[in-house]
Ligand binder design. Sequence first.
Ligand code: QAP
Ligand code: CO
Length: 167
Amino acid sequence: MALLNILQYPDERLHTVAQPVAEIDERIQILVKDMFETMYESRGIGLAATQVDVHERVVVIDLTEDKSEPRVFINPVIIEKEGKTTYEEGCLSVPGIYDTVTRAERVKVEALDEKGEKFTLEADGLLAICIQHELDHLMGKVFVEHLSQLKQNRIKTKLKKRQKHNL
Ligand code: QAP
Ligand code: CO
């Protein structure tokens, strides 16, 4: 297993649109394992392949404290959305920054699991928010892009300063 490097906003590679996974082979299974290890190590609840500079439609999510409910979404598509909800979101690619985003309250998602089996999931609550946040990453969108341009500029300046400082 291996820890992967997480791209930090405003890295332009976070705006890459991911391609569908063509075949769920050993390479994808290793990627999924490494993404879980990386997410758990940084105490996240969701990670998209885009964030580790792999531009294929792979997402991992585990909302639990004890790593007991790992969920894999390969080639996920949201097929239904309902309602509206707001949540104070964060992101492993935007460390230390949290702000309120409005999204659908419930989603129905179709995807493949790590064995290539197709499944459909109806989600609400935090899981629905996390699925939408991670699928945004696969489309090259970071949660701060739901905020005002003024807030985006402030966050960019803050993170660039911090990254320079840590060189
Ligand atoms: C996306 O976010 C998400 O700033 C997953 O210092 C967020 O795992 C979905 C994290 C909110 C739904 C609701 C962020 C860890 C983790 C940080 C994360 C940090 C350390 C964020
Ligand atoms: Co994120």
